[in-house]
Design a protein around this ligand. Structure first.
Ligand code: NAD
Ligand code: LMR
Length: 343
């Protein structure tokens, strides 16, 4: 870990553009929930990736038009559409990365956990199909509540006998994207330089930005730390309230998810220097089986959990870490119990 993560990110960009000129990678990506608020802009961003040969768009309705529209973009990947459960299996055959933004979003006044009753079953059904049709794929779960839907997915994969904890990811990239944006605004830093790790989970106080580990090194007053932490934790709600009943973050989420897909594809393509924060099976915190931290990505998924950023925390961060454990553990257990009961 000699290079700073910022330098790694810059190196990744240079490496990746040089690499793209030299060879054409050809990965297949499937998006389940592709006609939705996240699904559509995410599909567009992935259509722009030089690493993708085929883009499979699946939804229960309205996906034909989205696919026809996207297919006119003169980027190399081929776009195929799949509608309804009868076409779900085919949408997953031969796929390297499956992204799941299917499910209902929040309205003002709701918590992410209020989505559990509807989204738990959607994620369960979709992951069963993933297990049957592309068990070796990286699985990116966006559907909320992520703190419970990822454990549900893990249980379903275990029940099907194909669980590989290194390949199941809760997408928390939006928390990092927000943290980087808000910190750079507050401290007048160039955005490209800023990198804030965000750990824990993806709901309220379980979202824990480690501001003391910001790259480049920055000093914050106690008030700035508190303001930034609370804003990052409530950023999803900020968008839900601004949209006033019309849904939650879609564009920034699509941007964040596309970054996570691109990082996964670079890792699959052999780049040995890819790091992202993600909510994954983890042994970094006692008694909390899933935890978001920075991870090193490789061809086989998570190559390493980066524990160093959890050392030397400030008193504020240490207290916030203690405070999130109860809620995070309960949300994980809720997901596990749900999946076991359905089995
Ligand atoms: P949306 O309602 O606009 O779109 C959801 C899509 O899912 C729709 O097109 C719908 O037809 C589809 N869908 C529903 N059931 C399905 C099924 N069984 N199979 C396939 N597709 C199905 O919602 P959205 O704004 O795109 O949000 C989707 C989810 O993402 C929500 O649960 C939201 O809370 C979550 N989200 C997560 C993050 C994050 O950081 N992880 C950020 C934003 C939103
Ligand atoms: C977000 O962080 O924007 C998402 O989890 C959506 C939400 O409900 O806030």
């Amino acid at each position: 870990l000699r290079l700073s993560f910022v330098h790694r990110a810059m190196k990744q960009q240079v490496w990746s553009s040089q690499h793209h000129l030299q060879c054409q990678a050809s990965f297949k990506v499937a998006i389940l929930g592709a006609a939705g608020g996240i699904g559509q802009p995410l599909s567009l961003l992935i259509k722009m990736s030089p690493l993708v040969s085929t883009l499979h768009l699946y939804d229960i309705a309205n996906v034909k038009g989205v696919a026809a529209d996207l297919s006119h973009c003169n980027t190399p990947s081929q776009v195929l559409d799949f509608t309804g459960t009868s076409e779900l299996a085919n949408s997953l055959k031969g796929v390297d990365v499956v992204v799941i933004p299917a499910g209902v979003p929040r309205k003002p006044g709701m918590t992410r956990d209020d989505l559990f009753n509807i989204n738990a079953n959607i994620v369960k059904t979709l992951v069963e199909a993933v297990a049957d049709n592309c068990p070796g794929a990286f699985i990116h779960i966006i559907s909320n509540p992520v703190n419970s839907t990822v454990p549900i997915a893990a249980e379903v994969l275990k029940q099907k006998g194909v669980y590989d904890p290194k390949k199941l990811f809760g997408v928390t990239t939006l928390d990092v994207v927000r943290a980087n944006t808000f910190v750079s605004q507050k401290k007048n830093l160039k955005l490209i330089d800023v990198d804030v790790p965000v750990v824990g989970g993806h709901a309220g106080i379980t979202i824990l930005p480690l501001l003391s580990k910001t790259r480049p090194s920055v000093t914050f007053t106690d008030e700035e730390v508190n303001d930034l932490t609370v804003r990052i934790q409530n950023a999803g709600t900020e968008v839900v309230e601004a949209k006033a009943g019309a849904g939650s973050a879609t564009l920034s989420m699509a941007y964040a998810a596309a970054r996570f897909v691109e990082s996964s594809l670079r890792a699959l393509d052999g780049d040995g220097d890819v790091y992202e924060c993600s909510f994954v099976q983890s042994d970094l915190i006692d008694d909390i089986p899933f935890f978001a931290s920075r991870v090193k990505l490789g061809k086989k998924g998570v190559e390493a959990l980066i524990s160093s950023e959890l050392q030397g925390l400030t008193e504020y961060e240490q207290k916030a870490l203690e405070a999130l454990k109860h809620e995070l553990k309960a949300s994980i257990e809720k997901g596990v119990k749900y999946a076991q009961k359905q089995a």
